[in-house]
Design a protein. Structure first.
Length: 461
């Protein structure tokens, strides 16, 4: 007799092997890294913006699964929608019908950007970007894509072509024709456009790496330049979209900006079912899908599946009913204001920036000799170690999960669930203040850990 599958029993029997299983069968460097920085925790359950370990200790999540958990974990409305769609036993993914859920989700998404007309549903942020790149190149008849230095748009081959981090690109050439230009540099944009072969500029309104915002007026001026040269503006809102920066889309902070293509993903999933969406103008879709012969010229096997569509509809419903965007704006402003007040107090703290609940905390070279010598030691080994030194005590002592905003950066990025409240924000600021106080007073444990990181960095060279 065939034994029934029992997930609970399997986890109870083998859950303790989690780090060994990863080391043996998956990315072997991940458990090694987690052990090194003391992040090898075992979380038993999660709800909203919090985790709990086996001892019942509460952890505050200020990372949100790299912004996937916009509504936190296990939101009851999203859970119910998924139970409902599974219980409905729909004839899903037949590929030869037009089910209602994709149309309903597209209609709802487009209501937040009325200048756009159509949607393609894929499975991830990088797939949304790949779609935008393909559509832009086909619609314009040109090949070259412009992107901004320090950009992150994904890690598949097309998205990697517009990734501004050399560490990700190294060893994967040749990539698509591309050119990097500085964020905010209109002269560089105009110079490239004059060559006549540019299909589009893809830009994050607020860059995830380092949390750098496009300068005021840049997106509108770039849009006008691009259209003058018959090229397109692609807004990558995979991380910044769905309320993250205090407006539904981050490009909406600047009046008059109407991108030709917009990429979203992450939070649209509700944290359950991977989904990506590329929104665009009708004429672009009309060119790509120009005849019945081209009906499948761009598609995705799992795109528009019922579970993803139900999750997306539930997410948008919650965002409206619980005023999630307004909460992100208000709590984000409180968090940013309180953190900014610490800049003059602590010389290791250089800047606090961002919008809504996407905040960058940057550290810099201190003035005092004692702190400067320690800072120099860390920088000589590997840039970014001090930020990691801050992240570790936030988790170990204060049970707050954060992470640095990119390799070789002295910046911590806060991208918590958009449902956090003022108590959560104050909890983070109070903990962060204690860590900063310890660092400036020469706290032994923190700087001792810094020495461990230095040794590891040297060993990895």
């Amino acid at each position: 007799m065939t034994k029934e599958f029992d997930l609970a029993a399997l986890l109870a029997e083998r859950g303790a092997e989690r780090y060994e299983l990863h080391a043996r069968h998956l990315n072997h460097q991940l458990p090694r890294m987690l052990h090194t920085i003391g992040f090898d925790k075992v979380y038993e359950r999660a709800e909203g913006a919090h985790f709990w370990d086996a001892d019942g200790n509460d952890y505050l999540d200020m990372l949100a699964g790299f912004a996937v958990m916009g509504l936190g974990r296990h939101h009851p409305v999203v859970r119910k929608a998924l139970h409902d769609v599974l219980d409905a036993s729909l004839a899903d993914l037949t590929r030869f019908d037009c089910p209602p859920l994709p149309g309903l989700l597209a209609e709802k998404l487009l209501s937040y950007s009325p200048h756009l007309d159509r949607v393609f549903f894929g499975n991830s942020g990088t797939e949304a970007v790949e779609t935008a790149l393909k559509f832009a190149r086909y619609a314009t008849g040109r090949q070259r894509i412009l992107y901004c230095t320090h950009a992150f748009h994904g890690l598949t081959a097309g998205s990697l072509s517009v990734n501004g981090e050399d560490g990700f690109r190294k060893g994967f050439a040749p990539l698509l024709p591309d050119t990097a230009i500085p964020l905010g540099d209109l002269d560089a944009l105009a110079r490239e456009l004059r060559k006549g072969d540019v299909a589009a500029l893809i830009v994050e309104p607020v860059q995830g790496k380092g949390v750098h915002e496009a300068p005021p007026g840049y997106l509108l001026a770039a849009q006008e330049l691009l259209h003058r040269h018959k090229a397109l503006l692609i807004a990558d809102e995979v991380q910044t979209g769905l309320g993250r920066t205090g407006t539904f889309y981050a490009y909406q902070h600047e009046d008059g900006v109407e991108p030709d293509l917009v990429c979203v993903a992450k939070a649209l999933s509700g944290g359950y079912v991977p989904v990506g969406a590329t929104l665009g103008k009708d004429w672009i879709f009309q060119k790509v899908y120009s005849s019945m012969d081209r009906v499948q010229v761009h598609s995705a096997s799992f795109g528009s599946n019922a579970q993803a569509m139900a999750a997306g509809l539930a997410v948008l419903s919650v965002m409206e009913n619980e005023e999630i965007v307004a909460n992100a704006a208000a709590v984000g402003e409180r968090l940013k204001t309180r953190l900014a007040e610490l800049v003059d107090r602590y010389e290791l703290l250089a800047d606090v920036r961002g919008r809504g609940l996407m905040i960058g905390i940057e550290f810099g070279r201190p003035r005092s000799l004692k702190l400067r010598s320690r800072w120099t030691m860390l920088q000589a080994a590997r840039k970014g170690l001090f930020a990691q030194m801050v992240v570790v005590p936030l988790l170990q002592r204060h049970r707050i999960l954060t992470q640095v905003s990119g390799d070789h950066l002295e910046v911590i990025k806060l991208i918590p669930p958009l449902i956090i409240d003022t108590d959560d924000a104050d909890r983070f600021v109070d903990a962060f203040t204690e860590v900063m106080e310890d660092a400036h007073n020469g706290g032994g444990l923190m700087w001792d850990f810094g020495k461990t990181l230095v040794k590891q960095a040297v060993a990895n060279r």
